[in-house]
Write a protein that binds this ligand. Structure first.
Ligand code: URA
Length: 266
């Protein structure tokens, strides 16, 4: 048995786990294992890492591999949501009140992805609330002519970072397989990252200026990525709304949506 973790049912909140170094050399350390490879053996969730101790490279790979293996066996979004709710794979779990998985059912074929939930989102367990959430709702409902409930909205990180610090590259890497599986299970044809960090993450080009990622349709596996601004930035700088609308129209074209007024009523 892999000496990686305790029982699947163990809760970090009720039974704070000791720190465990994930040994290298076990099958769990191979980050590239596919869904087929792990059938029949779901690795336990790793123990929460020790606060303030930076991850070693192997530890990051091992933890991401476990998240990937667990995400792979989630057969639907509800199973994935429940597994995310018990995640102790990275440092962010230590301070969270709850995970923030998604809002909307995704049936419109489009998924919006922010970077990380804030305090309001953590409190209510839903992404993009408050003023930036209202602007995102307007973009979806008034701009695209879709009910927000049919669009899936999520974040790269499912936990709010304490004091709204920027999550580390290691935390993003470990959390990433949840999002990848979420995109897969949602059946999204178009993924719209909101802001530079989410776009850089999804396009595997971290620290790239948003302006060099927007304005084009990127193919990533079975879906398309169309990057645009974080609504919080649009609130700070409304002059960017015109360019955002161009991005949204590009997404609408990929989804086969005409402007709201020109669509036949259903
Ligand atoms: N900004 C984000 O990136 N995500 C949220 O959920 C809210 C604000």
């Amino acid at each position: 048995a892999a000496p990686l973790a305790g029982s699947r049912a163990r809760s970090a909140a009720t039974n704070p786990p000791p720190t465990t170094r994930i040994p290298t050399g076990s099958p769990e350390t191979d980050d590239s294992r596919s869904r087929k490879d792990i059938s029949g053996s779901i690795p336990d969730m790793p123990f929460a890492p020790e606060r303030g101790v930076p991850f070693k490279k192997d530890d990051v790979r091992a933890r991401a591999a476990i998240v990937r293996a667990r995400a792979a066996v989630a057969s639907d979004l509800e199973a994935l949501r429940l597994d995310v709710a018990g995640c102790t794979a990275c440092t962010l779990c230590a301070d969270r009140q709850r995970t923030v998985f998604a809002d909307g059912d995704g049936s419109a074929g489009v998924l919006f992805v922010g970077w990380a939930p804030g305090s309001l989102e953590e409190e209510q367990g839903k992404p993009f609330l408050g003023r930036s959430g209202k602007l995102l709702t307007d973009i979806i409902e008034k701009g695209m002519g879709l009910p927000r409930s049919k669009v899936m909205i999520t974040n790269v990180h499912k936990c709010r970072p304490a004091e709204d610090r920027d999550p580390t590259a290691a935390e993003a890497h470990i959390c990433s397989p949840w999002l990848e599986r979420q995109i897969e299970l949602s059946g999204a044809r178009v993924v719209v990252p909101l802001g530079e960090r989410a776009a850089g993450h999804l396009l595997r080009r971290p620290n790239t200026p948003l302006e060099s990622l927007r304005g084009q349709v990127h193919r990533v596996g079975g879906y398309k990525v169309i990057a645009t601004y974080d609504p919080a930035l649009l609130l700070e700088d409304p002059s960017k709304k015109r360019a955002c609308w161009a991005d949204i129209q590009r997404a609408m074209a990929e989804l086969g949506l005409g402007p709201p007024g020109q669509r036949s009523p259903k």
